[in-house]
Design a protein around this ligand. Structure first.
Ligand SMILES: *[C@@H]1O[C@H](CO)[C@@H](O)[C@H](O)[C@H]1NC(C)=O
Ligand SMILES: *[C@@H]1O[C@H](CO)[C@@H](O)[C@H](O)[C@H]1NC(C)=O
Ligand SMILES: *[C@@H]1O[C@H](CO)[C@@H](O)[C@H](O)[C@H]1NC(C)=O
Length: 479
């Protein structure tokens, strides 16, 4: 009896571990102060992530992934598509440097992401002509390098490349204006045993359409579901993915594998972006895919990468202020909310360890400054343009600050981003440094981390003087 229950325990534990076979994370690095890649990889492993998706092939990141056991989708940015489309030599070089060399060194590369959402409508068709030839050249280079069976090329596309005129998934097809560009790509992916990669964003639907039914974005059932023949869709994710699966089927590719390249919810910068909704969405998604039921069109496990791992303070906010807040983790490596990935025994997220911070001090508006001061507006604009004010505004994490709080927030953001350089807390003599934390409620006045490694920060900080007065003489003495 004891043995039976022990065996059952082991079995259920094993089931828990494998039920989500492979959740991945998008690891972007558009940050002023990136976390040390080795510490991030350690955190990924502790949390049982099996895969990472990158947007480039930056050396520090790639090196940290050596012998990590993590599967890697390495990326090449849109601005390289034109070169790779026209030059087989450039494609061979890219694969030699950014795939073969790392593979030989123990980085488990499985996919190359050719471009990132190159057909997005905001790009005005700039990459329409180059995406397919670049995909062909990269796959060709992989085959030439003897990696044809091991590494596949794919193109992460936004879900806006397909639609359904009626809203019913079964009426799905590729968008009329790009259908002629999509079909050869889909056929090529199919011929090469690769997968279609799609990024799906219920948050954006809610952000762009105020009439979008909120509960349809989540996974807890919705009264405003979509009825499609005998199927009723109660969440947008299933309906969206099935619209793609119908489009693929209709065009002759009923079994092409699909990877969900990005899925997630931001935590700040918009009224619908907060930790409660992000937790609800991501946990709902994890629970949904852990059933292994798939969608009405395709049962089975769903291969997906959460978007994203860590906040990035240098992302463009052209799409919206939420853009810098997609991370499950803060810029300094703390999980923002609890998320059970179903990959560990504890079911809790581990933080990034051994992070070093700058001093416990903040830059704030001097209490004596008159708010009528004519120079204030310009200093705030300057601070916000060069640092990050996306947590200010209606129903954001710092939305309850008063005018003075707003100004202090902007000043501090600029000061921290500039490594607490005293000069960066000048602002026409209207700012001052304090060691009293100005944070309130949900509004966090951050302290910057020491970027990447202590050594690089120190060298940057003391710069030339350290080099010329300490290191160089020491070096010469040793010689
Ligand atoms: C390899 O990737 C890096 C980072 O994305 C890029 O800068 C470099 O140009 C690539 N190498 C080649 C030979 O294309
Ligand atoms: C796309 O076109 C619009 C209007 O013609 C223009 O304002 C915008 O800058 C263009 N964007 C890109 C990425 O070329
Ligand atoms: C604080 O700044 C944000 C963003 O600039 C603005 O929307 C908000 O109205 C400001 N709040 C106050 C009290 O000035």
């Amino acid at each position: 009896m004891r043995r039976v229950s022990f065996a059952l325990g082991v079995i259920s534990w094993v089931c828990l571990m494998v039920s989500v076979s492979g959740i991945g994370a998008n690891w972007g690095t558009q940050s002023s102060h990136p976390l040390p890649p080795t510490a991030v990889v350690q955190m990924l492993k502790e949390n049982g992530f099996q895969k990472v998706k990158l947007f480039d092939a930056e050396e520090g990141t790639m090196s940290a992934l050596r012998k990590s056991g993590l599967q890697v989708m390495v990326g090449l940015p849109n601005d390289m598509l034109a070169t790779l489309a026209t030059s087989m030599k450039a494609a061979n070089n890219w694969v030699a440097t950014n795939v073969s060399a790392y593979l030989n060194d123990g980085v488990d590369i499985r996919y190359v992401a050719v471009g990132n959402e190159p057909f997005l409508q905001t790009y005005n068709g700039s990459f329409l002509q180059t995406t397919f030839p670049a995909l062909q050249n990269i796959q060709g280079a992989l085959i030439k390098a003897g990696l044809g069976n091991r590494v596949k090329a794919t193109v992460p596309l936004n879900a806006d490349v397909y639609n359904s005129p009626t809203g019913r998934p079964s009426d799905g097809d590729f968008r009329a204006d790009i259908r002629d560009f999509m079909l050869p790509i889909v056929k090529f992916l199919n011929d090469n045993g690769a997968a279609f990669t799609v990024n799906i964003y219920p948050f954006i639907s809610l952000y762009t359409d105020s009439n979008f039914p909120v509960d349809y974005a989540f996974f807890e059932g919705s009264s405003s579901g979509v009825v499609d023949g005998s199927v009723t869709y109660s969440n947008m994710f299933d309906a969206n993915l099935d619209t793609l699966l119908w489009a693929l089927k209709k065009n002759g590719f009923p079994s092409l594998p699909v990877i969900v390249g990005e899925i997630g919810w931001p935590t700040d910068g918009d009224m619908n972006a907060n930790v409660q909704l992000a937790q609800k969405f991501n946990q709902g998604f994890m629970n949904h895919i852990s059933t292994g039921q798939g969608t009405p069109m395709r049962s089975g496990l769903i291969d997906a990468y959460l978007f994203s791992l860590i906040d990035e303070d240098e992302k463009s906010i052209q799409p919206g202020n939420f853009e810098r807040h997609w991370g499950v983790y803060t810029y300094d490596g703390w999980p923002k909310y609890q998320l059970n990935l179903g990959t560990t025994r504890t079911g809790t997220l581990a933080r990034v360890k051994n992070i070093q911070y700058l001093d416990k001090q903040w830059c704030v508006l001097k209490p004596s400054v008159n708010l009528e001061n004519s120079k204030l507006a310009a200093t705030i604009s300057y601070a916000c343009a060069n640092a990050d004010c996306t947590s200010l505004g209606y129903k954001t994490s710092c939305g309850d600050l008063d005018v003075r709080g707003n100004i202090s927030y902007a000043f501090n953001s600029y000061y921290q981003k500039n490594d607490q350089d005293e000069v960066a807390c000048g602002f026409e003599n209207m700012a001052t440094i304090t060691n009293k934390d100005p944070s309130t409620g949900t509004c966090r006045f951050g302290i910057m981390i020491i970027a990447d490694s202590g050594i690089s920060w120190r060298i940057r900080h003391w710069g030339a003087s350290l080099l010329s007065f300490v290191i160089l003489p020491l070096f010469l003495t040793l010689l």
